[in-house]
Design a protein around this ligand. Sequence first.
Ligand SMILES: [Zn+2]
Length: 73
Amino acid sequence: MDLELALIHARHLSEVAMWICIRCKAEVTPDDSLPVIDDFGVCFICPQCGRRNRLKNIGENAEIVLMQIDPPE
Ligand SMILES: [Zn+2]
């Protein structure tokens, strides 16, 4: 499944994903900041400080589970 398409249709995403901004430690859900795909991969932009936080999909099959890659700074 195409990840970008899957993200758009992943309504369950907010129930399974919560991230901590690596710079300001804000708790961010997909409701706060939808994941985006750019040239470097999947990420979300922190709504509080604007930091780009890298994500990777660890879901299996058609499931989308986006986990943070980087530890807090
Ligand atoms: Zn932040």
